[in-house]
Write a protein that binds this ligand. Structure first.
Ligand code: SF4
Ligand code: SF4
Length: 259
């Protein structure tokens, strides 16, 4: 499939977002007055999949190993700038007020960072006139042709892999240890911006040190009784969402609740 594209500067992609950020970008986002959240999910990982399993290799790169009760898991923590309505950096004339410092994901849009998701115009906010065939070819033969965007995607994947291991320690600093079952929802952890920034700065300071005692006792939460029962039956520490301890953690469900 060949896709032509040129940005019309319409600003539609700057609304109602959950922007995934690197750890460095998250610290910068807070310093500019923003707020971030940690979206946590995990995959039971009882045995190591073969190296030839490309999907598993992708998930391994984005996650860290942990235990949940008796079950080995891989935890994926996505650091997110969440906002409803316009991005706090969007100016009235549609320009980005943080253009020089905008996150990588904004620079990459509308291309996809995940190698297993191919770009489809219908899934993007860009208007029809951004995709007309008089525009440069942006995507063909399964890859983005724009060299700057390709370079940013490579950088984004490399940084995400580096950050994945550091996020275990970030979660320990913030006493974050609840997660959803992957593809069923997210446990969302909030902290005051100054608390989050202090943890990110401490992480940067400690980056070169070997982690000691970072391992937390991870717990699945779910809004589905069948999931709770299944995870408990295999020895995973699991609770219903109603047991979440306080306002610092909430849950986004992809399926209706039955608990
Ligand atoms: S940082 Fe800039 S480019 Fe990114 S969503 Fe906000 S206004 Fe848009
Ligand atoms: S929605 Fe698409 S066309 Fe509009 S500003 Fe964003 S990237 Fe450009």
């Amino acid at each position: 499939m060949t896709i032509h594209f040129s940005c019309t500067q319409c600003g539609k992609c700057c609304h109602n977002l959950r922007l995934p950020l690197s750890l460095d970008e998250a610290a910068d986002w807070i310093r500019r007055g923003g707020d971030i959240e940690l979206f946590c999910e995990a995959i039971p990982w009882p045995v190591e999949p073969p190296q030839s399993d490309a999907q598993a290799a992708h998930k391994r790169r984005l996650s860290f190993a942990a235990m949940c009760g008796a079950v080995p898991i891989r935890v994926i923590v996505t650091v997110v700038a969440a906002f409803d309505g316009a991005c706090p950096h969007l100016l009235h004339d549609g320009r980005c007020g943080a253009y020089g410092q905008r996150p990588r994901v904004c620079r990459i849009y509308p291309a996809e960072v995940n190698p297993f998701i191919h770009l489809t115009p219908a899934s993007k906010a860009c208007p029809p006139d951004a995709w007309t065939t008089d525009k440069p070819v942006f995507f063909a033969n399964g890859q983005t042709l724009d060299s700057e965007t390709s370079e940013l995607i490579s950088q984004s994947r490399a940084v995400a892999a580096q950050d994945a291991q550091l996020k275990e320690r970030l979660c320990a600093y913030l006493d974050v240890h609840h997660m959803a079952l992957a593809n069923e929802g997210f446990a969302i952890h909030k902290r005051a911006p100054d608390v989050m920034l202090a943890a990110l700065e401490r992480l940067k300071h400690d980056r070169k040190q070997v982690a000691h005692g970072a391992a937390a006792t991870w717990r699945f939460v779910s809004n589905r009784l069948s999931t709770v029962d299944t995870l408990v039956s295999i020895g995973a520490d699991t609770a219903e969402v109603s047991s979440l301890p306080n306002a610092l953690v909430s849950y986004i469900a992809f399926f209706p609740s039955d608990v």
